[in-house]
Design a protein around this ligand. Structure first.
Ligand code: HEM
Length: 142
């Protein structure tokens, strides 16, 4: 597992910008994109009964979002290979929750939207590479 120098730098710099406020703030932003899709939202027992318009600022969304951002942070900080274990741990939870890899792949457009809004659109090609590595680690589990 590796990311080329320029891609690694672009991902790391955009990630620093994305999470500068807090992991929960970044996680909330990503989940507000992801949960726009009702069939995606229906998978989350914690959120499925909350109307979309009430999700912003919701404690459960922020807490869950923060945990997801922590996994991505571990992955990005461990691009030498050590970050894979965090992804595999999440994959085991996804497997238990009955999620398919295609469903997990829906996180990529949500992340890209948040990158755009943070003014990091230039880094999206590098994020494509990062996401390929993320999904490869995820698919290692099941
Ligand atoms: C960056 C991509 C993702 C990461 C790193 C990630 C990480 C995680 C983590 C850490 C948990 C456990 C949370 C806890 O302990 O409370 C979890 C649970 C879960 N994830 Fe993901 N996730 C990702 C993307 C997705 C996507 C795109 C979906 C759905 C389309 C999804 C569906 C779920 C579900 C259904 C659970 C179980 C939630 C529950 O039982 O309350 N995940 N994920």
């Amino acid at each position: 597992m590796s990311l080329r120098g320029a891609d690694k730098t672009a991902v790391e710099q955009s990630w620093t910008r994305l999470v500068q406020s807090s992991f929960q703030d970044a996680g909330e932003k990503v989940f507000l994109k992801l949960l726009k899709n009702d069939s995606t939202k229906a998978n989350f027992k914690k959120f499925k009964d909350i109307p979309y318009s009430k999700l912003a600022g919701n404690d459960a969304v922020r807490e869950h979002g923060g945990k997801v951002i922590q996994v991505l942070d571990d992955f990005i900080k461990g691009l030498d290979g050590s970050g894979c274990e965090a992804v595999k741990k999440a994959a085991r939870l996804h497997k238990a929750a009955g999620m398919t890899h295609d469903q997990i792949d829906l996180m990529k457009p949500a992340l890209c939207e948040v990158l755009d809004e943070a003014g990091c659109g230039d880094a999206k090609a590098s994020w494509e590479e990062l996401w390929r590595l993320f999904m490869a680690a995820h698919r290692d589990v099941y």
